[in-house]
Design a protein around this ligand. Structure first.
Ligand code: PRT
Ligand code: MG
Length: 219
């Protein structure tokens, strides 16, 4: 097993929007990638700093790699961190990237407020079971949560659920599927997460990078 040793750092990132929006941060910290993961099949990448490598994993797997110390630090959405639970992770910086919000949405014309008032039991499809459960429990709304792994917006269109809980950024996906947002649950952005042991053992290597990230994140 390749495991991070004490004179090198491994950063866990995911392809797509996190990688894109992280480029400026990596640049500022002197750890820009020297190869483009979007066009490569490799999973471990060198950076400008010979002591720092980047591994590319699924967005929802980033906290797991960092929790177990297979990566020393990583970047993940607050949505992902909330579902993971955050055990073993130190979360020092809100990077203010990959911003969106978590919302409840229903098909246009469905009277959500009325259904809630009448105490109806709603079927809600979501990838974010943890966050959805907390949200509806706090509001005293009765729900049956249906866990999906993608294309959440499809569920109400084919009768799998009455409502969804999903991430929204531009709102284009909701509009394209005749869905409307009825509740704003939480603002989401991406956070830097650091393995708690690495923070102590590799402070010398980590601190300058954390400082550079903080500086860019603060604008
Ligand atoms: O697909 P995979 O399981 O590998 O992971 P992922 O889908 O979580 O990864 P990715 O790269 O899509 O998202 C990584 C992180 O970006 C998420 O964990 C969020 O914190 C953040 N983020 C920001 C978003 C969005 N904006 C976003 N709009 N993640 C997903 N979306 C999806 C949303 O689920 C919906 O289907 O985009 C659609 C809505 O977008 P709009 O612009 O049409 O409103
Ligand atoms: Mg995705």
């Amino acid at each position: 097993m390749q495991k991070a040793n004490n004179d090198e750092l491994i950063l866990a990132l995911s392809k797509g929007r996190i990688l894109e929006e992280t480029a400026a941060l990596l640049d500022a910290a002197g750890i820009a990638l020297t190869e483009d993961p979007e066009t490569s099949r490799k999973l471990i990448f060198p950076t400008q700093n010979p002591k720092v490598k980047v591994i590319i994993v699924r967005a929802s797997d980033v906290p797991t790699y960092v929790q177990y110390g297979a990566a020393d630090f990583g970047i993940a959405g607050k949505d992902v961190l909330q579902e993971h639970g955050g055990a073993g992770l130190y979360q020092p910086i809100d990077l203010n990237i990959a911003k969106c919000h978590l919302a409840v949405a229903v098909p246009k014309g469905y009277d959500y407020q009325n259904a809630v008032r009448k105490g109806a039991r709603l079927r809600v499809a979501t990838k974010y079971v943890q966050a959805a459960r907390e949200h509806f429990a706090a509001k005293g709304v009765h729900v049956d949560l249906i866990k999906l792994y993608g294309s959440i917006e499809l569920a109400p269109l084919v009768g799998l659920s009455e409502a969804i809980v999903d991430l929204v950024s531009t709102g284009n996906t909701l509009r394209a599927n005749d869905l409307v947002e009825v509740e704003h649950i939480a603002d989401i952005s991406s956070r830097l997460v650091v393995n708690q042991a690495a923070l102590k053992l590799k402070r010398d290597l980590l601190q300058p990078i954390l400082d550079a990230f903080s500086k860019v994140a603060a604008g």
